[in-house]
Every structure is written in C-alpha cells, then in structure tokens.
Ligand binder design. Sequence first.
Ligand code: PLP
Length: 426
Amino acid sequence: MRSEALLRFDREHLWHPYASMTQPITAWPVREAEGVHLILEDGRRLIDGMASWWSVIHGYRHPRLVAALQAQAARLSHVMFGGLTHEPAVALGRRLVGLTPEPLQHVFFADSGSVAVEVAIKMALQYRIARGETGRSRLLALRCGYHGDTFAAMSVCDPEGGMHHLFAGILPRQVFAPAPACRPGSGEAEPDLQAFRERIERHADELAAVILEPIVQGAGGMRFYCPEFLAGVRALCDEYGLLLIADEIATGFGRTGTLFACEQAGISPDILCVGKALTGGMLTLAATLCTREVAETIGRGEPGLFMHGPTFMANPLACRVACESIDLLLEQPWQARIRDIEQGLRSGLAPCREIDGVRDVRVLGAIGVVELDRPVDMSVVPARFVERGVWVRPFRNLVYVMPPYVIDEESLAVLCRAIREVVAEI
Ligand SMILES: *Cc1c(COP(=O)(O)O)cnc(C)c1O
C-alpha cells in the first residue's frame, strides 16, 4: 500500500534522470541499502552492480562514513566559504593535493561533477583572458566523451550522442577529435595521435585547452583506450601550449586499478576534476584542482579573482565524509581488491562473447562492459535484472557494471550470471 502511494506520487510528480513525465518508466522503491545490497520496499534485496553511478565504492551505510557524517553534523553542517574556512575543507584539500600529481596545488570545491567541469573550463578561459589571448576560447574534446549536463559541460560531450542537436546554436561550438581506437595494451596510439594533432594544428590559435576523460570514456560509450594515447596528448598540449583538463570524475579513486587513471600514462594534467566516488557516494561533492601556473596566471589578469563561488562550496559534511572515504580506501589493499574484481568480471563476462548479438566484452579494473549490436529495451530489461536479484541499468546498447569495491566473490558471480542470462534473452 505504502509503496503504491509512493510510486503513484513519484510517477505523477517527480522527474527522473533522462526521463519523461508523460511516459514514465518503472522506478523501484528503495527502502534502505547496506553493503552491496539495495533493499526494496517489499523487502527484496538486489546486488548493486552500478555503485550508484560509480560513487558508492565502500558499499552502502558504511559505519565509518555514517559515524563521520553524524559527528560532523553535530558540530558544523554548513557555513559559507566566502571569507570563512574550516578544518574539513583544509583536511580534504591536504589529501587531494597530496594524492594527485605534484604540479596540482590548488583546489576549488564544487557541489557536483558538472559544476567541477564548468569550473575547469572557466579556469582555462580565464587563463587565456589573463594572458591577453582572448581569441583562444574553444576546447578540443574527444568524440564519445561525457562531461556532464550543464551547458559548458554539454558542449564538450559527444556531439552525436550528446545534446548538441537539441541545443544547436546555444551551445558553444567546440572542436572534436575522433575517439581513440587504440585498446589498452595495444600501444598502437600513433594513428589516433595523428588525427588529434591534425585538429590541434587546424585550430591552434583558437584553442584554450584539451578536455578528456583519461583511459575510460564513461557515459559517452564505456570505451577504454591505451595510456600511450593519453601520454601523446600530454606531449601535444605541451608542444602547442594548450592546457590539459583531465576529467577523472568517473575514474578517480581506484576504479581503473590506479588511484587516478592519469597515472597509467605517467602524466599530470594542468586541471583535474574529481567527483562521484570522492565522498564514497554519501553526499554530493566534487573538486577541480589546478597547477600553480594556472592559478598565478588567473591572479595576474583582470579582475585578478577566479569568478566562481557556489553557495554550498566546500560543504563541511561532504568534506568530512570525503576525508573518511579516502582514508578508508587507502588503509586497505585496494589495488588487490580491484584486481580481484577485474578477474571476476573477466571470467564471469567472457562467456557473453559467444552469445548472439554481443559485439564486444571488455573489462578494465572494476568496470565490466558487454556491448550489444542493438539498443537495449529499457521498458523490459531492468525488470529482468531485478527478477534475478541484481541492479543493472544498461544504456543504449551497453550492459555494464562498476560494483562497489566491497562486493564479495559470490555476489560478483551472481551479478555476472544475471548479465549472461539477460543478455542471452535479448
Ligand atoms: C558523471 C560525470 C560527470 C558529471 O557529474 P555530475 O555529478 O553528474 O554532475 C562529469 N564527467 C564525468 C566523466 C562523469 O562521469
């Protein structure tokens, strides 16, 4: 009864992500969550394959994160960051500066990933303005990329898969290079780099920066590419005086097997965005880091200030929980954990290759992807996963998982079996 009333109001009044209010799809009511399980209103337990979109790395309701949140709430939930500061922000800033490559020394705290991307783009543009290079205002991005849903972020998303057509004439027109075709391990980055260099040369005097997702292109297509390409892009940015913005909002905090995906190419970006797993999925928080050179150049220009300041900037609850989440991650043998999940996904998903309609199966770190040759019917497929006791939400032609790192071997096997069975049915 209770859940029926809840669902009725939800269906009639609440927007869901990328959803229609007139033709709403089924939403399952979650009562609570614990560890790797979502618990529905009717008591059913689902193994969560999505980690709530990359974020819940330690599982739900982790006692240390809950305790950190409660202790901070009892002391200081929020205070404006204009003219005031606090220990949770400083503690998190210290950790981020310490964990990221040495050149990244300055931290801007934002309230979501998209805003962190807006901030990164604004930093690059203010950097150009400060240098008197006002003509250099475009960004070079990759096809199949995803960087968020706000306007500047949308403008650097894949121009076909993204919302460019819908907002044609409104979005800034950026420059796009082909999505790299080199697979991790292949090392064959030269043709991709050639195409990338060609775009830079054609637009050198109007480009402010390059923006990309290092190694894993997430919501734009769940594609993996070789570190050699990323290293080559860094070298090209240096050669042509372009800033490199690395969007690690999905890849940060261990997901690909290294703490940050940039480490796989041994490079450091000029600007770095983190979000999603930053708080272990407890609260919304993101951050944009930049080099001393970027910060000092902005400081030398007009008006000498960086022109951004969200109301909930550096929220103490989110900062405190983020510190706890990072400590929790680093205190455990997380690399081994990710390797185990990678192994489990590899063996569990490999049989999908034999299924009709499967175009590709790929695994990197704690990410598993089954690419089909046709779009998944979202009106039936999520229900088939729920029937099997797992939560997997495909998009387009991609059935993919990135489970919480705490997932045990047996649950991972259940997750992979469900994917094999559902993929075989569709
Ligand atoms: C999710 C995501 C974003 C946007 O983050 P939100 O918190 O959803 O605004 C940006 N970039 C990448 C790579 C992402 O995966």
